[in-house]
Write a protein that binds this ligand. Structure first.
Ligand SMILES: Nc1ncnc2c1ncn2[C@@H]1O[C@H](COP(=O)(O)OP(=O)(O)OP(=O)(O)O)[C@@H](O)[C@H]1O
Ligand SMILES: [Mg+2]
Length: 313
């Protein structure tokens, strides 16, 4: 009863609680929050000092008594208190403007979770949502949410292949009939790419890059296959011999070489998933064209739109 009353004034929300980024969607409004999943707090007292973008700015620059933590690791909660604090903060933020009653109403929350997480890990996410004030928490597997978000027809009896490379996990899933027929959540993704860059250039140039530098290097000139243009980026790190700051100019080719083992590993998992896929769901390439033509027989509007030359009447 109380729950129902409090729900009347709440904004129901959908949350992508990611290892790298947290996004919040409010019903009827769209995406209202998009911030890094980072919490800065006092090391001793655990008092929260900043959350999100302002906390991420502190990474690698904080004085000794401040720690900036990522509440999630590999897609799952690594620090329950920090996760609850982050959820609590965003839920309050969503309700701050325009509400009539000062008390925080209790929203319904839908949260994406990696496929294949353990029961304990699921429970932790639901508990964090409830302790942040949710009246009800629904958990949805991330590849399913991603497919729905991409407006794919998840309920059709055909195989949809979804690959979502995040910060902590790569989700690989085959979806059919509204369910995940085959799901793999591999704990290798963007974070490991940043680590690979740090290790590679530490060995190659005795230069230690900070995580934010490695990440922006990946964004600016990172690639999986040759792009045809050889781009460069100048990065600043700490020289491991002198201990002093030093800048180097890195080429797209060597960044690709550094990222390659991670990319190969992800590709390997994608291939494995395709091999394991039930044959019924793997589209038959030989009959594709004729099935396409057949489909157009019953969809004249589409035929008119895509045909390349007029017919003879
Ligand atoms: N242009 C880009 N090129 C390469 N990597 C990128 C680019 N933009 C973002 N990334 C990387 O994508 C990752 C973040 O992706 P995303 O926000 O989907 O992760 P997440 O949902 O928070 O994590 P997870 O789903 O694993 O919990 C980071 O590692 C980030 O560096
Ligand atoms: Mg994600």
């Amino acid at each position: 009863m109380i729950n129902r009353f409090l729900g009347l004034f709440s904004h129901d929300v959908g949350i992508d609680l990611g290892t790298a980024n947290t996004l919040v969607y409010v019903a009827g409004k769209g995406i209202v929050i998009r911030e890094p999943s980072v919490v800065a707090r006092n090391k001793k007292t655990k008092e929260i000092l900043a959350i999100g973008t302002s906390a991420k700015r502190m990474v690698g620059r904080t004085p000794a008594m401040i720690e900036s933590v990522r509440p999630l690791k590999d897609g799952v909660i690594a620090d329950f208190d920090a996760t609850s604090a982050m959820l609590d903060h965003y839920i309050k933020k969503v309700h701050e403007s325009g509400t009539v009653i000062p008390k925080i109403p209790r929203p319904l929350i839908i949260i994406g979770i990696p496929s294949g997480v353990t029961e304990v890990e699921r429970r932790a996410v639901a508990d964090a949502a409830i302790s942040a004030g949710a009246r009800k928490a629904y958990l949805v597997e991330e590849p399913m949410a991603a497919a729905i978000g991409a407006e794919l027809a998840v309920e059709k009896p055909r195989g949809l292949f979804v690959v979502d490379i995040g910060g902590g996990t790569t989700e690989i899933a085959i979806i059919s009939y509204g369910g995940i027929v085959l799901g793999r959540s591999v704990r290798i993704a963007g974070d490991e790419m940043d680590e690979a860059l740090i290790n590679f250039f530490r060995l190659k140039y005795s230069l230690l890059l900070g995580q934010p530098t490695a990440e922006s290097l990946k964004h600016s000139i990172g690639s999986a296959v040759a792009t045809g243009k050889e781009r460069y980026a100048v990065v600043r790190g700490r020289d491991l011999e002198s201990g002093l700051p030093r800048s180097v100019r890195l080429s797209e080719g060597e960044v690709r070489e550094a990222l390659s083992p991670i990319v190969q590993e992800i590709v390997g998992h994608i291939k494995d998933a395709l091999e394991e896929a039930p044959p019924e769901l793997v589209e038959d390439p030989i009959t594709c064209v004729v099935r396409g033509c057949g489909k157009l027989l019953t969809d004249r509007a589409l035929l008119e739109k895509i045909h390349v030359s007029g017919g003879i009447k």
